[in-house]
Design a protein around this ligand. Structure first.
Ligand SMILES: [Zn+2]
Ligand SMILES: [Zn+2]
Length: 417
């Protein structure tokens, strides 16, 4: 089968790092990723199914990997060679009509570990304590594990615990947006209770926009400010529910005005109750810490890597800095866990009494029409173009770039961006 394969090669990592620093996405041309003809992955054991991908998205974390920018932190929790691709809609290999989305996190159940760790026991697979153990090779997610394959290919394997059926009414574009939307839902709910609060979201790429949509519909903040660099991103941010959309260099002014704060140099005296950083750069984290109020919360949703920043304002203002990775189960504001489900009605979307992030994302994608964020589709063999486009998506007026693995007959009529 055809697959984009990421090999462990120090020379190619170095080349990718150089090429990626010249032009984002440039690592695809010279780095460890190549198109190959490989055997489909073996089924690792009972409960595993073969999946045929239809659409498979390109994520910011994939671009960081391709350009050799991802943190060395990941070394013990990925295994090579791996096929990237963790945002995908596909179908069960033996049932072309059964469309599914895959929850990529490889928790205890998928790893064959019993009893599961305390996080997986309550459905919080994103917090799994066993990401490098069990009968699978290390890999925090499908798309970073040598044993599972990934979405940038024509076949992969997934454990039943990772598989969610796609409701009839969702298009393939909607379905491929479920995973990135789940990340947005998790980031939005990591903000905590925010009714009457001012929340600022930094960045309006895919993660920023799905986080905005989730905040608007699930967390219901008092005032929602978003920063967006490009005109098309500003249009989406307004459409998905921001009360105010500003350029990145205007965020401090907007927060100062809406919270009636004063500016002491770069730092505000008051500030937003919560800032969700969907960029993850040194600059965005520094901005987040500068515009959040004393004792406020910064949610780090964009994947950061090694950054250098002055933490003095964080210390002085007693700001909480919390990470938001992937998904699992969620506590919805205003809905205590014990009233969130009806014990007489078993619901596959709930683990115990808490809703799964993926099910909230399936609902949100439909409600907010997030399939519209898919702006460009490429066949696998044009991967260098696809990755360059994804790296320049904002500037080119695109949000999500995906690989289209559907046979010609299954593709709806669409115009590529
Ligand atoms: Zn991702
Ligand atoms: Zn676990």
């Amino acid at each position: 089968m055809k697959a984009l394969v990421f090999e462990r090669s120090l020379a190619r990592f170095a080349a990718a790092r150089v090429a990626g620093s010249w032009a984002p996405g440039g690592g695809a041309r010279v780095g460890p990723l190549h198109l190959a003809d490989v055997d489909p992955p073996e089924l690792p054991g009972p409960g595993w199914r073969r999946i045929t991908p239809l659409l498979s998205g390109i994520c910011g974390s994939d671009l960081a990997t391709v350009d050799g920018r991802s943190s060395r932190y990941f070394e013990p929790i990925v295994s090579f060679p791996f096929v990237p691709g963790h945002e995908l809609v596909g179908h069960l290999e033996d049932q072309p009509s059964a469309r599914v989305v895959i929850e990529p996190v490889l928790g205890c159940e998928a790893r064959g570990i019993f009893p599961p760790c305390e996080a997986c026991a309550v459905g919080d697979t994103g917090g799994c304590r066993h990401v490098a153990f069990g009968h699978l090779k290390p890999g925090l997610q499908t798309g970073f594990c040598a044993d599972t394959g990934g979405g940038w290919s024509s076949s992969l394997v997934a454990h039943e615990s990772q598989i969610h059926p796609v409701p009839e009414g969702l298009s393939d574009d909607d379905a491929v947006m479920v995973e990135p939307t789940a990340c947005g839902v998790h980031a939005a709910l990591a903000a905590g209770p925010v009714s009457d609060a001012t929340v600022a979201v930094l960045g309006s790429g895919t993660l920023g926009l799905t986080t905005l949509a989730a905040l608007r519909r699930l967390a219901l903040p008092g005032h929602l400010i978003s920063s967006a660099k490009y005109p098309e991103q500003r249009r989406w941010a307004r459409e998905l529910g921001a009360d105010e959309v500003v350029a990145p260099d205007g965020i401090a002014r907007a927060v100062r005005r809406s919270t009636r704060s004063l500016a002491a140099g770069r730092v505000l005296t008051g500030g937003a109750d919560v800032v969700v950083d969907c960029v993850g750069s040194a600059e965005s984290i520094a901005t987040a810490v500068a515009v959040v109020r004393p004792r406020g919360r910064v949610v780090l949703a964009g994947m950061p890597g090694v950054v250098r920043l002055d933490l003095t304002p964080l210390w002085h203002r007693e700001v909480q800095l919390v990470g938001a990775y992937a998904y699992g189960v969620e506590h919805l504001p205003g809905r205590p866990a014990d009233t969130a489900s009806d014990p007489d009605l078993p619901d596959p979307g709930r683990s115990g009494s808490l809703p799964r992030t993926f099910h909230l994302a399936l609902e949100l994608v439909a409600e907010a029409g997030l399939g519209r964020l898919v702006g460009a589709r490429y066949p696998l063999d044009r991967f260098t173009e696809a990755l360059t486009h994804a790296a320049e998506a904002g500037r080119r007026g695109t949000v999500k770039v995906v690989f289209d693995l559907r046979p010609e007959t299954r593709r709806p009529a669409w115009r590529n961006a």
